[in-house]
Design a protein around this ligand. Structure first.
Ligand code: FA5
Ligand code: MG
Length: 418
């Protein structure tokens, strides 16, 4: 499933059981906030045993565990950290104070990530083909919205929260299994929404108070886009999230293409109720930091954010947006693989297997052919894999080795290689 459709179908009641994991906060209006401490040291995050275990539902491979705790959003000279700081500056320039969180544990409960947000138990976004589970009850957060309810319950009324999020997904220049989001939430004073007391759901959605909140949300976010990009063409469309109503997405025009940068909406009443804030109304948004950074710095490939190559890092300085200068593009190597599918084939398992074998040398995996034999009713798929290093030229030999290993190991998914 494509994550652009992650929340495209869902309406449900939620259960409220598990306890919350602790959160670690930093102070607002403190330029050092980006680097202030959390009580869980990065070294603890980075221990693979926190994520990989023998639980039958654990589906976190070591190459994903190795990404957790890198904290790119807190690195002052990293493009992700620079964008994040710029967003924080914008919110600090507004009249209202926003509490800033940036060090919540990326391990969250199903309740935090899904139930508290009205994401129903059989929603596809919860399935192990899309989400990295540690065990039945805990997982790597798939979005920063996983922390909304906890902060609301703790009494915060305006806050930002940034962090790394994890999703099993397709592989290309703009998709990586780990990326960063920044969440924002604002509740309104009771007297601003008094008129909405006792309204039915339909009446609320049609009320001037609901419109006032949606308008404020769009204003704040349009201001943010202008702050980041200078005047830029933006477009609002309706969207769907189980935890906001109405919901919107914002696209910006970049290189002649409309690119989705954020999802947002008026916080759903039931979400507020579950967080013990049914007396209030407000808005929330979540934006993708890589998307913004790729545009601002003209970074062409999402893998670059994770590189250790000095030729990348020496180009960026805290507080400044500069255009990325590619350090020569090394040639790609293309390899095809075709196989007959078993009935329960999960495409993301195949993508992940390849990443596990070849790591970031896999640039893209594309379905190039698919057909079903009418006699046997069996389906065959052919994928083209683009191998390319961002740092060096690849040898035929090493790519043949990787491809052969993939051909051998893919059999574990029940396919029959052709
Ligand atoms: C969400 O994750 C919602 N939690 C956002 C939200 C928050 C809605 C609060 C309402 C209220 P979505 O899956 O659309 O929504 O992701 C939000 C943003 O994250 C996207 O607009 C995009 O900028 C970024 N994003 C999503 N998937 C990827 C990906 N695979 N790679 C890079 N960025 C991504
Ligand atoms: Mg979206």
């Amino acid at each position: 499933m494509k994550f652009s459709h992650y929340f495209a179908t869902c309406l449900a009641a939620a259960s409220t059981t598990n306890a919350f994991a602790p959160s670690f906060t930093t102070k607002v209006r403190n330029s050092k906030a980006l680097f202030s401490s959390s009580t869980t040291e990065p070294s603890t995050y980075a221990s693979v045993e926190r994520y990989v275990n023998d639980h039958p539902n654990n589906n976190i491979p070591p190459h994903i565990a190795a990404l957790v705790g890198r904290g790119l959003h807190t690195k002052e000279d990293h493009p992700i950290g620079i964008v994040r700081a710029k967003i924080q500056d914008y919110f600090n320039s507004l009249d209202e104070d926003y509490k800033i969180f940036d060090a919540e544990d990326p391990i969250v409960t199903c309740k935090q990530c899904f139930d508290d947000l009205r994401i129903e138990p059989d929603h596809p976004g919860r399935s192990p083909s899309d989400t990295y589970y540690i065990n039945d009850e805990t997982l790597l957060r798939t979005h920063t919205s996983a922390h909304q309810s906890m902060h609301l319950r703790d009494g915060y009324e305006r806050f930002l929260c940034a962090g790394d999020v994890y999703r099993r997904d397709e592989i290309d220049a703009s998709h990586y299994p780990a990326f960063h989001q920044l969440e924002g939430v604002k509740l309104f004073d009771k007297d601003q929404v008094k008129g909405a007391d006792g309204l039915s759901k339909e009446e609320w959605l049609a009320s001037p108070e609901c419109k006032m909140i949606a308008d404020d949300l769009k204003n704040v976010l349009e201001g943010l886009m202008d702050h980041l990009f200078g005047p830029v063409e933006k477009k609002w469309s309706e969207d769907f999230f189980p935890f906001t109503e109405p919901s919107f997405e914002c696209e910006i025009l970049y290189n002649g293409e409309w690119l989705e940068v954020l999802g947002c909406g008026v916080v759903h009443n039931e979400v507020l109720e579950m967080a013990g804030r049914e007396d209030r109304r407000g808005w929330a948004f979540g934006l993708g930091l890589e998307r913004l950074a790729m545009i601002l710095f003209e970074i062409p490939d999402i893998r670059l954010f994770w590189t250790d190559d000095e030729r990348f890092h020496k180009q960026f300085k805290a507080g400044t947006i500069t255009k990325f200068k590619p350090y020569s593009k090394y040639p790609p190597v293309f390899k095809d693989i075709a196989f007959w599918l078993p009935e329960d084939f999960v495409e993301n398992d195949f993508f992940e297997l390849a990443r596990g074998i070849a790591g970031d040398l896999v640039e893209r995996m594309e379905l190039t052919d698919e057909f079903t034999n009418p006699k046997t009713n069996k389906t065959s798929k052919c994928y083209r894999i683009t191998y390319r290093s961002m740092d060096r030229s690849l040898t035929d030999e090493e790519i043949n080795d990787l491809q052969n290993k993939l051909r051998e190991e893919v059999v574990s998914l029940g396919v029959e290689v052709r």
